[in-house]
Design a protein around this ligand. Structure first.
Ligand code: SF4
Ligand code: SF4
Length: 432
């Protein structure tokens, strides 16, 4: 599919530092898995980069203070999904130099594989492309499995977003450093950085700086949506097909987002943790669009006030319009998984709040689905809450929520939204 890219307004803008909000709210649930456990108390002073919450078991990560300041409160805050979750309310010190506190470095040369995995968990690193899956869990290769190729995902096919593009242009050395850690920990013989052809400058930049001793190449890919989905990327780069219900591991591949790779390369040598991330703030309703390095926990309301928005602002997506989620309210905070904020005005909004008509069995959605699911039938089953049947008979859990089916549907049926609900219900039933 070729949805309008809409990247031109920010792709040429260098990353800038975003100011600190008067209060930063760090949710303790920013990743898939168990919430982190706060290890600070109300009234405590903290340093920027200091660990403020520890991982609760393997399927969890640490959290770090996004600013030097004082913990005002530990209480509930709305999550991007709409649930109330525990969070740390931090008031930055106005006069502080905001120097970042590092920890014990994890040296590439001497660290063992397990030590690198632990360091990645301690640094609180999760998939920064939007999935927020704990990276160290991905890197724990089960007994009997092996990886021969590491794929670094620099595709960024989501319309509007230019975060990964700027990271590739501005953090080349961090990416190379991250690839070295990832090669060591996975045992892969080579790495391939996959980048869409609309980022030719990034391809050239990475190729020009590639160290001679790094077994990595940069491959340019056709521009099409959803080229950045792992299964699509593996097929495009290696011609291997991940089986239904399987993982890239089943075809000896591990995929890591390019911004995540850069954070591994940037943080591990300093023993530091994620306390900020790069995001694109864009969309027709935003006045000062750009790519920003923003403190984790910045409230969306403050962010929109800082960049300025049109009076008829109507809908705000955390992420891009295809795979992002519409913000449930303006009190949510920027988390590690927020790759962008895209805001639309009432005018574009009218196109998104369109009347929904019955399915006319045109099969456009079937043609659009890149993994050959039947979104039309899935949509009808979802309307009757037949979630278990969707999973058992129609491979619902293979859907990676690219939104292509919804995009082409002439009846404006919110198919991907229905599939998200259905998948969450199936997951909940399984874990019960
Ligand atoms: S959202 Fe799911 S069902 Fe729809 S096109 Fe994408 S993968 Fe297929
Ligand atoms: S594209 Fe929409 S109307 Fe056409 S078959 Fe799919 S769900 Fe039905």
């Amino acid at each position: 599919m070729h949805p309008p890219e809409s990247k031109d307004e920010t792709s040429g803008l260098a990353i800038r530092q975003f100011p600190f909000a008067p209060v930063l709210i760090v949710p303790l649930v920013q990743h898939l898995g168990k919430p982190s456990i706060a290890e600070v108390r109300e009234g405590q002073e903290v340093r920027r980069g200091q660990r403020i919450a520890r991982a609760d078991g393997f399927m969890s990560v640490s959290m770090h203070a996004p600013a030097s300041g004082i913990v005002r409160r530990i209480g509930l805050t709305p999550s991007i999904g709409g649930r109330m979750v525990p969070g740390v309310f931090l008031e930055p010190f106005p006069g502080s130099t905001q120097e970042i506190q590092g920890g014990t470095p994890c040296p590439l040369e001497t660290a063992t594989r397990n030590e690198i995995v632990e360091a990645i968990q301690d640094a609180g690193i999760v998939g920064l492309g939007g999935a927020a899956f704990p990276t160290h869990v991905k890197l724990k290769i089960p007994e009997g499995k092996s990886i021969d190729t590491l794929i670094i995902n620099g595709v960024e096919c989501e319309p509007f977003l230019t975060t990964d593009h700027r990271v590739m242009l501005e953090q080349r050395e961090d990416i190379f450093s991250g690839i070295r850690y990832l090669l060591k920990v996975t045992g892969a013989q080579r790495a391939i950085v996959g980048v869409e052809a609309n980022k030719a400058d990034a391809v050239e930049h990475l190729r020009a700086g590639m160290p001679a001793d790094l077994p990595a190449t940069v491959e340019m890919l056709t521009v099409k949506y959803p080229q950045g989905a792992e299964k699509m990327l593996i097929s495009a780069l290696l011609g291997r097909e991940v089986p239904s219900g399987g993982l890239p591991l089943d075809v000896h591949v591990l995929c890591v987002n390019v911004a995540t790779t850069a954070e591994i390369g940037r943080l591990l040598p300093r023993g530091a943790g994620i306390q900020e991330r790069v995001i694109t703030i864009t969309g027709p309703a935003v006045k000062h669009k750009g790519n920003y390095r923003i403190p984790i926990g910045t409230p969306l309301r403050f962010l929109l006030r800082e960049v300025g928005v049109a009076e008829d602002i109507d809908r705000v997506f955390l992420g891009g319009p295809m795979m992002g989620a519409a913000a449930s309210n303006l009190d949510v905070s920027i988390t590690k998984g927020t790759s962008g904020v895209t805001a639309f005005t009432d005018r574009e909004g009218r196109r998104t709040h369109r009347h929904v008509y019955p399915c006319i069995r045109c099969a456009y959605c079937v043609d659009a689905c890149p993994i050959f699911l039947d979104p039309s039938t899935l949509g009808m089953l979802a309307a009757n809450d037949e979630y278990a049947r969707m999973a058992e008979d129609y491979n619902l859990m293979d859907c990676f929520e690219c939104g292509s089916c919804s995009f082409v549907c002439p009846s404006h049926i919110p198919l991907v939204q229905k599939f998200r609900v259905a998948k969450a219900s199936v997951r909940k039933a399984k874990s019960a």
